[in-house]
Design a protein around this ligand. Structure first.
Ligand code: MSP
Length: 534
């Protein structure tokens, strides 16, 4: 495994910032959970990490939803952030380091300074915009991408809602001049947009040629005023993209801010849904280039959660709230299911049946049952004290399964093949269960009074299984933090080895770490059975 701890740069992961036009659904939770798992994995490697998420609060979409609720946009945003978006993080056990809101002064001030810098450098000019706009996407559309609706109405291809025709005098960013430099950048850094399908989409888009981008709006005022023309507000995407840099001190000259920015920027991974790939892989790097800033190491576009074959969305009334799932199955099962069942990067359909089936097979009958069997036998046969192991070939095979799980999962996380990473971890559950089934310690125990080797053999098997659970707790901590913590407690590992958070992945597969004599208790079942009708 590479020695990551030596890297002086903080490993910086972001989610998109979410529109506060409505409460979160599981599509939003999906991006956030994926980012949390990646960040926690890197943290468990011993790296310095920074994980940013937050909310996108300006623009027409948020303004209109506030108006529909007879509230000022700020009060509306406050109520959704406090009542829905921040609580979602707690519901899902997300351990973000910072939460940025685009209405915060730290953001608006830095956006204005950035804009002024680009204006002074000649990258911004005044012009007329005329064309279609989708308020749900907050995006200027090309006529060629629109769908035809009833009565010849032009519809947004994502939301299937009518686009609006705009004709405004605006400020424009000279996006068109960055096409060749972006193509060169992506040729030099093939990993900068992933997966391959996303990279190909971006390259095709760039090769077709870019148009300059309108970056201000004059017909409403819910936004950051353009510093030299306060009658206009900054286009919401131009404002929003900058959050990734403003949150870590963009442009700060005071020592603390400047040091933070130097240690954190550029972002290592911007996780985004595929619908917002172009903003992140075309507009955002062009903005950074114009300002002479380093470009993100990678933009990774994941797929959509589908309901009835369509992107799940509140607008289309197919949204499911994360708490609907978490209240029944728990946060860890939520985290496990979505990352395990869907290849990260591809679309995936959600169904309650599939969730229930995986929960039962992999968590209740798989990991949960394994943990309760091993700890129960340790309590019954060994007075709850980890016995001494005398490893033979069967034990060495378990040790190898531990090493393989770690190596495969680590390589997969590195490439954001998250479903593969979880599959690698699950293989260790299967291997440990298989080991127990073969060794049958409960069978061997029957001869304990007549066979002088029986007690030692049972001890070896249970000590080996307990140590595999110890390794699993470390490996699963990023994906299922509460489950891993409960396993750690029940194994008595905290006393013997210290806090779970201090365990390093690089050491996790080293066998025999849970010392003989450690006190094991049989904890509560990790995954209670759930009736299918639930
Ligand atoms: N505010 C912008 C992002 C600005 S980032 C500088 C935005 N917000 S959003 O709330 O509409 O969407 C945020 C993220 O949620 C996007 O990555 C989007 O892809 C994701 N999802 C929204 N619905 C989704 C699904 N049905 N499935 C998976 N992810 C989806 O866009």
């Amino acid at each position: 495994m590479p020695e990551h701890a030596q890297d002086p740069k903080t490993f910086y992961v972001t989610t998109p910032i979410y529109y506060v036009n409505d409460a979160p659904h599981i599509g939003h939770a999906y991006t956030t959970v994926a980012a949390d798992v990646v960040t926690r994995w890197h943290r468990q490697r011993g790296e310095r990490v920074w994980f940013l998420t937050g909310t996108d609060e300006h623009g027409e979409k948020v303004l209109r939803s506030a108006q529909e609720h007879d509230m000022t946009p700020q009060a509306w945003a406050d109520s959704l952030v406090d009542g829905a978006w921040r609580p979602m993080l707690a519901t899902l056990e997300v351990a973000n380091d910072d939460f940025i809101r685009t209405t915060q002064e730290r953001h608006t001030r830095r956006v204005q300074a950035f804009l002024q810098q680009l204006f002074d450098a000649g990258f911004i000019y005044e012009g007329d915009y005329e064309g279609p706009y989708c308020v749900s996407c907050e995006e200027f559309k090309l006529a060629s991408e629109l769908l035809e609706g009833p009565g010849g109405q032009a519809l947004c291809p994502v939301h299937h809602r009518p686009v609006e025709m705009l004709a405004e005098r605006n400020w424009f960013f000279r996006l068109s001049q960055f096409g060749p430099a972006l193509l060169e950048h992506y040729a030099d850094h093939p990993e900068a947009v992933a997966p391959t399908s996303a990279r190909n989409e971006v390259l095709a888009f760039l090769r077709a040629g870019l148009e300059d981008l309108s970056i201000s709006r004059s017909t409403f005022d819910w936004g950051i005023p353009v510093p030299w023309d306060p009658a206009q507000v900054v286009y919401v995407w131009f404002d929003a993209l900058l959050n990734y840099a403003t949150a870590v001190g963009l442009g700060d000259t005071d020592p603390a801010g400047a040091a933070m920015f130097a240690a954190t920027w550029p972002a290592d991974i911007h996780l985004v849904g595929k619908d917002i790939l172009r903003f992140h892989a075309v507009i955002w790097p062009a903005m950074l280039m114009a300002a002479g800033l380093a470009l993100p190491r990678q933009v990774f576009a994941h797929g959509w959660l589908l309901v009835g074959g369509e992107k799940m969305s509140k607008t289309r009334l197919t949204g499911i709230a994360p708490a609907d799932i978490v209240d029944t199955f728990g946060a860890d099962a939520f985290r496990w299911y979505f990352l395990r069942a869907i290849q990260f990067g591809a679309d995936g359909s959600f169904s309650w049946e599939d969730l229930h089936a995986r929960y039962t097979a992999e968590l209740a009958n798989g990991l949960g049952n394994l943990t309760s069997r091993v700890t129960a036998m340790l309590v019954r046969y060994c007075d709850g004290s980890v016995p001494v192991a005398e490893p033979g070939p069967a034990e060495v095979a378990v040790h190898e399964a531990m090493a393989t799980a770690l190596a495969d999962a680590d390589a997969a996380v590195e490439e954001l093949r998250l479903a593969d990473a979880l599959a690698a971890l699950y293989a260790l559950v299967v291997a440990t269960n298989g080991y127990l089934t073969e060794q049958q310690p409960w069978h061997v125990w029957r001869d304990v009074d007549t066979d002088p080797t029986a007690r030692a053999r049972v001890g070896t098997v249970l000590a080996t299984a307990a140590d595999a659970l110890r390794a699993l707790a470390v490996l699963l901590a990023a994906v299922m933090p509460s489950t891993a913590a409960a396993m750690w407690d029940s194994l008595g590992a905290h006393e013997a080895l210290g806090p779970l958070a201090d365990q390093r992945l690089a050491d996790a597969a080293r066998p025999g770490q849970l010392p003989a004599g450690t006190t094991v208790t049989k904890g509560e079942g990790l995954f209670p059975r759930i009736e299918e009708s639930a």
